[in-house]
Design a protein around this ligand. Structure first.
Ligand code: PEP
Length: 250
């Protein structure tokens, strides 16, 4: 039986003072929830803050991106080792905002995936189709290609050390959630695609759903057989909502 995981993606939100309030409420709300795993992925400047606030709790933390190189003349970039220095367990790779706004290709995403694994981080590897792609009926081709990019580079054994997040682009931050059945169908496709290479890895793989998950729809999504939790954007910034979603994963 796979353990559920709920990860908050703060994106470019937060300030020291508001983070303290949010974290204190989430820590208190999640403290008793022992049957699932929890994490928050925060902007780089707040890694030190979350490390000191979360280190003695049942909430892990991570970043939302990294650079694939270990060090060098890459102004503004952050290396995998810098993330482990701050106790990160997770790093989000290939989020659609990185792919779309920062032009990250499948090749870059898989190089980052590989670099994260080498540093001992758990990549949360995002895949998902746009609305135009869904309407054109090519969801499986798009998601399959994104997944193959890491399977080709890290293999199923690499994927075994990662988490996959299915995030339909049309559902991110739009309030339009995929129905549990729509999400389940793509999750089952992902698992089956991995199973073609390694059925044990596929069975154990944690596949999160992301895209307008809210307190009110999380339980029905998490009840689907191939949905192993959620990657939560907007609702992760509201303590009561995030705690309710964490509770739904129990
Ligand atoms: C995300 O950014 O990964 C996300 C799923 O956002 P939201 O929950 O706001 O749709």
């Amino acid at each position: 039986m796979r353990r559920k995981l709920v990860v908050g993606n703060w994106k470019m939100h937060g300030r020291l003072s508001t983070n303290t309030v949010l974290l204190d409420k989430v820590i208190a709300g999640v403290r008793e929830l022992q049957r699932a795993d929890y994490a928050v992925c925060v902007p780089y400047p707040y890694l030190s803050q979350v490390q000191s606030k979360l280190q003695a709790t049942n909430i892990a933390w991570g970043a939302q991106n990294l650079n694939q190189f270990e060090e060098g003349a890459f102004t503004g970039a952050v290396s995998p080792g810098m993330l482990t220095d701050f106790g990160c367990r997770y790093v989000i790779i290939g989020h659609s905002e990185r792919r779309g706004l920062f032009h990250e290709s499948n090749e870059i995403a898989s190089a980052k995936f590989d670099a994260a694994l080498k540093a001992g981080l758990t990549p949360i590897f995002c895949v998902g189709e746009t609305l135009a792609e869904r309407e054109a009926g090519v969801t499986e081709q798009v998601v399959g290609k994104q997944l193959d990019a890491v399977l080709d580079c890290a293999g199923p054994k690499g994927l075994a050390k990662a988490v996959v997040a299915y995030e339909p682009v049309w559902a991110i931050g739009t309030g339009k959630t995929a129905s549990p059945e729509q999400a389940q169908a793509v999750h089952a496709f992902i698992r089956q695609r991995v199973a073609q290479q390694d059925s044990q890895v596929a069975q154990a793989l944690c596949i999160l759903y992301g895209g307008s998950v809210k307190a009110g729809n999380s339980a029905e999504l998490f009840a689907m057989p191939d949905i192993d939790g959620g990657l939560i954007g907007g609702a992760a910034l509201v303590a009561d909502d995030f705690v309710a979603i964490c509770r739904a994963a129990q």
